[in-house]
Design a binder for this molecule. Structure first.
Ligand SMILES: [Zn+2]
Length: 419
């Protein structure tokens, strides 16, 4: 049984990594082969220079993702069949023979830190080489490392209690520990969503109330028209890190707020901002956020039930390179290995997400002007140097948003009144 799992795992890891590399390379060559000409639908609004910048930026990012996929696969292989986790386990067993929970927490923390260290050079390269070259990076090195320290402290402060709760339940809560853990995990996530806008996001960015009165009046009118109540309109200083623009809603229930990146407000006019906001309202009206949370609860329920069973199976440990079964090792193996299996669901999730985008666009077309949303999208694609010519297969597999051309031609139909 153990060797069967090893064989399946290796085959799947190779298959998933090869697929990631293959899709990435397809994407780059598709983009490069369309680099010479702006697609007809955009040749009024996007210059050849801008189109080529987007092609080169998207290619550079994709190449980085390919390299990172390879690094992650190598690390996972070293951790599991290469005996890395086994070595970590033995080392910590030597250091802390008693106190299984503390040892478990340290084994898991060590593995996560090593994983983080492998990802770090890629994040650094993305900001200071790729984004820098295309003029998007606004971060200083000091800020990059301050962010890293803040994220680590925050991760530890929030992760340690939930990790100890998990290990404690696995140890003492009987056969249905996984169900209790699922309940704790769900409550923890809801709590995070509730406190994120007011307590966590301000650790990284400044949020100030929107002061532009005419824009404020337009937005408030739209909110009333759509029957939406929020705890205020805020501007976030996104420009301190990057010149990419965005807008989002955050929080839920009564802590909902509308947040605009300062970079977005700088670039779009009032009509366009209204249309972008109407799109975001569409996500709320169609309950996309709540559905996403419900789906996450369902997935974690299935995952934890599965882990409840796997934890009892000796082959689960042995097949993934660990000789001694323990609560913490089952949790760690599951966290590290399940993404490989879940990768196969990626196209499904992406297509679901794109369907949500269409619904939000349709809502925006009804409650604002579709033409303004098109103008806003074109500006955002141009200013963020997003490619207009993604490889169709790469896009179908990964993209949470439909390609620009597809979205815009649908919106154009709405504004022509043929919806
Ligand atoms: Zn959207």
């Amino acid at each position: 049984m153990a060797s069967t799992l090893t064989a399946i795992f290796i085959a799947l890891l190779v298959f998933v990594t090869a697929t990631r590399v293959w899709l990435g390379r397809r994407h780059v060559s598709y983009i490069q082969s369309h680099r010479g000409q702006v697609p007809a639908a955009f040749n009024q609004s996007i210059s050849l220079d801008e189109h080529q910048k987007a092609a080169d930026y998207s290619s550079a990012k994709t190449r980085l993702v390919i390299t990172e996929a390879l690094a992650q696969a190598v690390l996972l292989a070293i951790f599991t069949i290469g005996g890395g986790l086994q070595w970590l386990d033995i080392s910590w067993r030597g250091a802390i023979p008693e106190h299984e929970m503390l040892r478990g927490a340290l084994v898991i923390l060590s593995a996560l830190v090593i994983g983080g260290l492998v990802d770090l050079p890629f994040e650094y390269y993305k900001s200071f080489v790729v984004d820098e070259r295309f003029g998007f990076n606004k971060m200083t090195r000091a800020m990059f490392f301050t962010d890293l320290i803040k994220h680590s402290i925050l991760g530890l402060a929030m992760g340690a209690p939930i990790l100890f709760a998990a290990l404690w339940l696995m140890q003492g809560a009987g056969d249905y520990w996984w169900f209790y853990l699922w309940a704790v995990w769900s409550v923890f996530n809801l709590l995070m969503l509730a406190i994120y806008p007011t307590f966590i996001a301000p650790l990284f960015n400044k949020f100030s109330p929107l002061t532009n009165e005419s824009l404020k009046a337009r937005i408030e009118a739209l909110l009333i028209k759509c029957g939406f109540r929020s705890q205020g309109l805020f501007v976030m200083d996104g420009s301190i890190r990057s010149s990419h623009g965005n807008a989002y809603f955050t929080g839920f229930g009564s802590s909902k707020r509308v947040v605009f990146f300062d970079t977005l407000l700088d670039r779009l006019n009032t009509d366009e901002i209204e249309a972008v906001l109407a799109h975001e309202l569409g996500h709320f009206k169609h309950k996309h956020v709540i559905k996403r949370i419900a789906l996450m609860f369902l997935v974690s329920f299935i995952g934890l039930a599965l882990l409840g069973w796997l934890k009892q199976q000796v082959w689960f440990y042995n097949g993934l390179g660990v000789t001694e079964a323990s609560n913490y090792m089952s949790l760690l193996l599951f966290l590290l290995v399940s993404p490989v299996f879940l990768f196969l669901l990626r196209p499904l999730m992406a297509s679901y997400s794109r369907k949500n985008e269409f619904e939000a666009d349709e809502y925006a077309a009804k409650n604002a002007d579709a033409r303004h949303l098109v103008e806003a999208l074109v500006k955002l694609y141009r200013d963020n140097a997003s490619t207009l010519t993604p490889d169709p297969l790469h896009s179908a597999f990964y993209d949470s948003h439909p390609p620009a051309s597809v979205r815009i031609s649908r919106l154009a139909r709405f504004s022509a009144g043929i919806s």
